[in-house]
Write a protein that binds this ligand. Structure first.
Ligand SMILES: [Zn+2]
Ligand SMILES: [Zn+2]
Length: 342
């Protein structure tokens, strides 16, 4: 990646957001290292977990001038038949910064005002119980909001069992969200430090599949649910690892009436017996991003301190982007990195 300068002028309904922070997501690495195609050709500025301040507004967007905002990773058009049906996630003209248009690994970004989520200015981190600032809020744009939408879609409620397979970026926030929504939470990951952290942040049971086979894992979850009096049909499984191994584990945990949400992404296929869905009368559902309508509820969870950001994020200067990508790609980074423009 190289530093380049570009002039941007906001068009009708668009704004320029001065970037406070932009989180580094697995998807960015997919674009950069694995040849996952972006819809806008390279050269392209990546980055879709953006928070910042509106510093310029195009015609029709002046109400946003000066506002602190989180830019949703998926920005639906708001007017097409899919959007009007409440299915903004599949809007055919949605804008995904850092894929459809230039993204947030920059000092500023031009985006549609449609869907922006206004947030308090948060210059003072002590002004809210969670000690959150605008930089930290960047991860709401994907890592926090995406598992939130998956939880809402799965109708996760008090008394349910939520099982997260993979508790890195997305899953780590997913565990906290599920706990905040009243579920009893199981965290599964191959990384013990991550599991130990999740035990502090909402997971009642942590399991490492490296120390047991699928059958034993399934038995542990089943016993735990039984001990808590939770029936199989109140089990909601979230695949948040985005790995073939995690997907196999998540599918293998399905039981009668259970629900599987596919939240993580891998381009690699897996082989499963799809008829298990039929035999278990179970449900499997994908989840793409989070519609802007749900963002205020997510912001509320964060600002009230029910979902912690700080222990799960790390700030680095934007200029270190090449090192950061290499580090995240090599694996073992425990926190989600937020790149902060100098
Ligand atoms: Zn992402
Ligand atoms: Zn639309």
């Amino acid at each position: 990646m190289v530093l380049a300068e570009r002039e941007e002028t906001p068009g009708t309904g668009e704004v320029i957001v001065e970037v406070a922070g932009c989180g580094v997501c697995h998807t960015d690495l997919g674009f950069f290292y694995d040849g996952v195609p972006t819809r806008h050709p390279f050269p392209l500025t990546l980055g879709h977990e953006i928070s910042g301040r509106v510093v310029e507004a195009g015609p029709g967007a002046d109400v946003w001038m000066g506002k602190a905002v989180v830019v949703p990773a998926v920005i639906p058009c708001g007017t097409c038949p899919a959007c009007l049906a409440g299915r903004g996630a599949i809007c055919p003209t949605q804008v995904f910064p850092g894929c459809d248009v230039h993204g947030g690994f920059a000092s500023a970004v031009r985006v549609p005002a449609q869907g922006l989520c206004p947030v308090p200015a948060l210059d003072d981190r002590t002004a809210n119980p969670a000690g959150v600032d605008l930089v930290a809020l960047s991860v709401v744009a994907d890592a926090v909001s995406t598992p939130y939408q998956a939880a809402v879609r799965s109708e996760l409620a008090t008394g349910d069992l939520a099982v997260f397979v993979g508790v890195g970026g997305i899953g780590g926030f997913g565990v906290q969200i599920a706990r905040a929504l009243g579920a009893t939470v199981v965290a599964i990951d191959v990384d013990d430090p991550r599991l130990e952290r999740m035990a502090q942040y909402g997971a009642s049971l942590t399991l490492n599949p490296n120390s047991m086979d699928q059958k034993a894992l399934r038995k542990k979850v089943k016993e735990f649910a039984g001990a808590h009096g939770i029936p199989t049909w109140r089990t909601k499984i979230f695949e948040t690892s985005g790995t073939p191994a995690g997907q196999l584990i998540a599918f293998g945990l399905l039981s009668h009436g259970a629900r599987l949400s596919v939240v993580g992404y891998t381009p690699k296929p897996i082989e499963v017996r799809l008829s298990n869905l039929m035999a278990f009368d179970a449900i499997a559902q994908g989840n793409w991003g989070c519609v802007p309508e749900l963002y205020p509820a997510v912001i509320d969870l964060v600002l009230s301190g029910r979902v912690a950001l700080d222990p799960f994020v790390e700030r680095r200067p934007l200029a270190s982007i090449n090192d950061v990508f290499a580090e995240v790609h090599a694996g073992g980074v425990q926190r989600r990195i937020i790149l902060v423009p100098e």
